[in-house]
Design a protein around this ligand. Structure first.
Ligand SMILES: Nc1nc2c(ncn2[C@@H]2O[C@H](COP(=O)(O)OP(=O)(O)OP(=O)(O)O)[C@@H](O)[C@H]2O)c(=O)[nH]1
Ligand SMILES: [Mg+2]
Length: 471
């Protein structure tokens, strides 16, 4: 067929012309679709424009990477940064943390239920006694309470879904409970208690945004319903937690839940109140694991009335995710390295043959000797000193876990020795003359951490200005 082109007819107009014999209803539908398409295209244009402006603006921002093994306190440090420097965003997110805190709470309860149920199963039967058993065995009352708490399993699952993620390590716990193994399993159990988590590919900011969105409308009713179930179980939860048999069972498995991340059982009355609003302390204690690399933007108000853009990168600390850190090494101004000192008697959840503090020392050496980081300022946070102090007060001996340690077991001696080891590695592997900057921290203490972060911010800026040749 020969295609003839008639100059009088605009081919595009012919192409976009309404179909012949269009009914008024069809026309209405067509026009609505056209409008929607125009709006979509405008939105895309606006987003691209905003992204371009933002890229230009954030190109010169101070960039700080926070590194360390999983559970070292990286995300918690960034939360503190937000408390100190981005109050508005912090306040907006406050309510959304409720879902995470509720999840943490329910997870702990389910863990206790599993452990007590396991003790019941192992002993073959519950004691004949109805509520108190002199031999410390679970009683029929325990059995009833466990049954009444069964709906919390579903609530935990729903909250995980609600928080937009799959779960990890939890199944391993039940496997461990099946075996009757000795001490190494107890250690592993402890690691798992610490490792409960919601995996997220998008970081807590976007999870919270999602939670916020769902706090209106039907989703909000679902969330309220979940919360109502927990409220209805409150008395049984409190009873189970305060019960001496439960405490004995937990002790026999070396499960120290009070110090585990995301522990909220002692706050149950407050948390389940209708008008509960998470406090700063609740939020920094809430546990949500990071996967991938997350970027957090802050604009700091400075005393001279100017603003300063600041980007913090939060990364996943587990071993398998560490390769993802490397691309960030080139573009950062500073690196905060988190070393959780209290982990001296723990093992890695991802490889339970490895002592967590030894893993931190190895990681620290790798960071200090990295060529890619030779231009970067490194700041060490020796974190979780509150937990270190507690463990030493309980008489846990450092030398039992760190063979080279041959000094006293008091906090001052132990912490000074740890600092010396970090410093020695730093001096041996960094450029001569590089300043060793370190802080003892407990980043769940928001007031003290606020002060540390002010000092850190000043140090980073001073170094940045010096590097730019302005000082
Ligand atoms: N007691 C105490 N708890 C802390 C401290 N720092 C962090 N935590 C808690 O430890 C848990 C883990 O902290 P996160 O900040 O989530 O750890 P992370 O390094 O981001 O871990 P990943 O995201 O898995 O890499 C949280 O429940 C925190 O509240 C501390 O100094 N003292
Ligand atoms: Mg994290």
């Amino acid at each position: 067929m020969i295609f003839t082109y008639d100059k009088e007819v605009d081919p595009l107009a012919a192409f976009t012309a309404p179909p012949p014999n269009e009914t008024p209803e069809e026309r209405q539908i067509r026009e609505r679709k056209e409008q929607e398409a125009i709006q979509r295209s405008r939105n895309i244009e606006a987003e691209l424009k905003a992204a371009k402006i933002s890229m230009k603006r954030w190109k010169d921002a101070v960039k700080v990477l926070v590194l360390g093994q999983s559970m070292s306190g990286k995300s918690t440090t960034i939360k503190n940064f937000q408390i100190t420097y981005a109050q508005k965003a912090w306040a907006e997110e406050r309510q959304s943390w409720k879902a995470v805190i509720l999840f943490n709470l329910v997870h702990t309860v389910n863990l206790i239920v599993d452990v007590v149920q396991d003790a019941v199963d192992r002993s073959g039967r519950t004691s004949e006694h109805t509520s108190v058993d002199v031999a410390g065995r679970p009683t029929q009352h325990h059995h009833k309470v466990l049954l009444r708490l069964a709906p919390l399993r579903r609530i935990e699952d729903d909250l995980k879904t609600h928080l937009g993620a799959g779960t990890s390590e939890v199944e391993i716990l039940s496997k461990n409970l099946e075996s009757n193994g000795p001490s190494h399993e107890v250690e592993l159990n402890r690691a798992i208690v610490q490792e409960f988590t919601v995996r997220s590919s998008s970081g807590w900011k976007s999870i919270l945004a999602q939670v916020r969105k769902s706090q209106s409308g039907r989703e909000s009713q679902i969330h309220q319903a979940l919360s109502d179930v927990v409220v209805s179980c409150k008395d049984d939860i409190r009873w189970l937690w305060n019960d001496s048999v439960t405490q004995l069972i937990l002790q026999s498995r070396s499960l120290k839940l009070d110090d585990a991340p995301g522990f909220f059982l002692n706050d149950i009355d407050r948390i389940t109140m209708h008008d509960y609003e998470p406090t700063d302390s609740d939020i920094v204690r809430a546990r949500l694991r990071t996967t991938g690399v997350q970027e957090y933007h802050f604009t700091l108000d400075r005393a001279n009335g100017t603003n300063l853009d600041w980007i913090m990168y939060d990364v996943a600390g587990i071993r398998t995710s560490r390769a993802a850190w490397i691309p960030y090494f080139r573009e950062i101004t500073a690196l905060i390295f988190m070393a959780p000192l209290s982990s001296f008697n723990e093992r890695l959840a991802e490889d339970n043959r490895v002592n967590r503090l030894e893993d931190t020392f190895v990681l620290w050496k790798t960071i200090c000797s990295s060529e890619l980081l030779s231009h970067v300022q490194i700041i060490l946070f020796m974190n979780k000193v509150d937990l270190l102090r507690k463990k030493l007060d309980q008489g846990i001996q450092v030398k039992k876990y760190i063979p080279e340690y041959d000094k006293g077991n008091d906090f001052a001696t132990v912490s000074t020795w740890f600092r010396r080891v970090f410093k020695r590695i730093f001096v041996d592997h960094r450029k001569p003359g590089s300043p060793f900057i370190s802080h003892f921290t407990s980043v769940v203490d928001t007031q003290a951490t606020g002060q540390t972060l002010q000092a850190v911010q000043a140090t980073i800026l001073r170094n940045d200005i010096a590097n730019a040749g302005l000082m």
